[in-house]
Write a protein that binds this ligand. Structure first.
Ligand code: B12
Ligand code: SF4
Length: 495
């Protein structure tokens, strides 16, 4: 009988100042695992970010990673040396996920593979990719390694030079993966003909021994082209899956894996609502599934009305994130694809509250450290969001490779052309008004936390919008509040 080639798939560690498991799974790698299994490969998964990995429990670390709300939870971490570029940031830098010694033991236990496929997340998490590939090389020096994912797609030259992989694959890989693996690992797996997103097999969730939640993607890409967003560079043109296939995936997740919590990974979940999400929700309800659904990527407020909010609640949606970014009218018109206005935000928040969502369920993204953005704009946005009984999720701007704003920052000289991708970490605040430092932003983050705590404890805002804003402003000097800095205008990496 023909030997089935063994392929080891690795999701490397997060290397960062902070990390929390908000429904984070290597969905792309799980799609590739399914394609490879379909053509006869034996696939083994080593997911450094699996909080329920049996080896963690066996080493007595289980108590540190308890599931919290809706299956989310904390990772274990090992503090590691802070890269030089972060010297001024007064925080620990850590490798989140499986401790290195467990990773090494697992590599040995899983045995020598015929090829290794490594995925990558955020561009600034590349040190985790390097470590994973270095460990593979040490144990299995002659086994070929392929690298793909977000970092590989957005910074292929950097990945080719610094990751240690034999080949770097850019972009969506389901249709090409068998051919690339055959070439790099010298195998003769029979390629699978995949004509579009509806031909892709469901992700290989069975590779996990325990799943507190799953994630789903009902479309690829986004029809809009915001200047700060890398969606188009990563996913290409917008494609929606057939609602029936999505409904079948929900039924399969609920019945085969007994999953209750499912997060949507779509960039543009509400696009073509009546032909997409609405029939999907009807199908979920018809099947009688009891699910809790979550939208960690921001929803477009303009597309939300009371009817939709009611249907979402009835279908099981429980955590909602809204894309606001900034309440500044000018910025919304100029930089944010006109996808939100203050009015549409208020309407969306009211619709969700009226439908039954509580103050614990709705958050909005608020951007800070935008080029040319005075601090007062951030505080105004925070007070506005709080007044609508919505939680504040602060996100700091960082220029993402593959976006128009990244090119602008390069041209304007705010980033050197050979700059380290670590600087795309938003904790580094690579672009900000010159007079505002890391500490100022820390104070803003604390104020947001205080407002959120109040809202969640009391179920209502601290006060009306204006008094809240006055209160927030008291923590800062006039200069800090109104100085916009002299950097050119760019925009925010949210959605
Ligand atoms: C889902 C998502 C999230 C999820 C979590 C994702 C995860 N796995 O952890 C959530 C909502 C939590 C999230 C959060 C954030 N995200 Co996000 N997110 C996405 C999104 C929309 C989709 C990623 C995804 O899973 N795609 C689905 C799978 C199917 O695709 P894939 O992983 O790319 O895999 C394919 C290929 O890459 C390839 N491939 C993958 N692996 C491999 C391996 C091999 C060997 C090969 C050959 C090929 C290959 O084939 C796969 C199948 O086609 C992207 C935008 C986008 N369109 O990509 C942004 C994106 C990745 N996020 C981004 C950002 C900025 C953030 C936040 C910082 C936002 C914020 N301000 O708070 C946070 C921080 C995250 C954190 N600290 O944990 C940026 C990345 C920035 C960067 N510098 O890298 C993106 C690109 C969006 C943007 N603004 O442009 N995000
Ligand atoms: S920011 Fe959101 S709406 Fe704009 S292109 Fe990206 S995914 Fe689409």
């Amino acid at each position: 009988m023909k030997r089935r080639p063994k392929l080891l798939l690795i999701n490397p560690w997060i290397t960062d100042f902070a990390a929390y498991d908000f429904w984070s799974k290597p969905l792309g790698l799980l799609y590739l695992a399914s394609v490879l299994e379909k053509v006869g490969a034996r696939v083994v998964l080593l997911d450094c970010m699996d909080r329920h990995h049996p080896a963690l429990a066996a080493s007595g670390l289980q108590h540190k990673i308890k599931d919290r709300r809706y299956g989310t939870g904390k990772y274990v971490r090992e503090i590691i040396a802070k890269p030089e570029v972060f010297a001024k940031i007064p925080r620990y830098f850590a490798r989140y996920g499986l401790p290195l010694n467990i990773f090494r033991d697992e590599l040995r236990r899983l045995g020598r593979p015929d090829g290794v496929l490594v995925t990558s997340g955020m561009t600034y998490w590349y040190p985790g990719v390097q470590t994973a590939i270095r460990e593979v090389r040490t144990l299995y020096p002659d086994v070929p390694v392929l690298l793909g994912g977000i970092y590989a797609t957005l910074m292929p030259e950097h990945a080719a030079t610094h990751s240690g992989a034999d080949e770097v694959v850019v972009g969506e890989a389901e249709p090409r993966i068998v051919e690339r693996v055959n070439t790099v690992a010298g195998l003769d797996l029979q390629p699978l003909k995949l004509n579009g997103v509806d031909d892709y097999p469901f992700p290989a969730w069975h590779l996990y021994s325990r799943l507190p939640y799953a994630v789903i993607m009902t479309s690829r890409g986004c029809p809009l082209r915001c200047s700060f967003c890398a969606s188009f560079a990563i996913s290409g043109r917008f494609r929606m899956r057939e609602p029936q296939s999505v409904i079948e995936e929900f039924i399969w997740l609920a019945r085969r894996f007994n999953i209750q919590d499912i997060a949507f990974y779509d960039d543009a979940l509400l696009t073509n609502l009546q032909r997409h999400l609405v029939p999907i929700m009807q199908g979920i309800r018809r099947a009688g599934l009891t699910l809790r659904l979550h939208t960690p990527n921001g929803l477009q407020c303009k597309l939300i009305d009371p009817e939709l909010a009611k249907e979402m609640y009835a279908t099981g949606f429980r955590s909602i994130r809204l894309s606001l970014e900034s309440v500044d009218d000018e910025r919304q018109k100029k930089d944010m694809s006109k996808k939100v206005t203050a009015e549409s935000f208020v309407r969306a928040a009211q619709a969700f509250h009226a439908a039954g969502f509580s103050v614990h369920d709705i958050d909005a993204y608020v951007m800070m450290a935008l080029p040319g953005q005075p601090l007062i704009e951030v505080l105004r946005t925070m007070a506005f969001v709080h007044a609508q009984r919505v939680g504040i999720r602060l996100a700091a701007f960082s220029p993402i490779p593959g976006t128009v704003d990244y090119q602008r920052a390069l041209v304007a000289g705010y980033l050197p052309s050979d700059f380290d991708p670590l600087m795309t970490n938003n904790s580094a605040l690579p672009i900000k008004p010159a007079h505002l430092d890391y500490e100022t932003f820390n104070r803003v983050a604390l104020l947001a936390k205080t407002l959120n705590q109040y809202l969640r404890e009391h179920g209502k805002p601290m006060d009306r919008e204006k008094p809240v804003l006055d209160r927030l402003c008291r923590s800062f000097t006039e200069h800090e509040l109104y100085e916009a800095g002299d950097v050119p205008h760019a925009s925010a990496p949210v959605c």
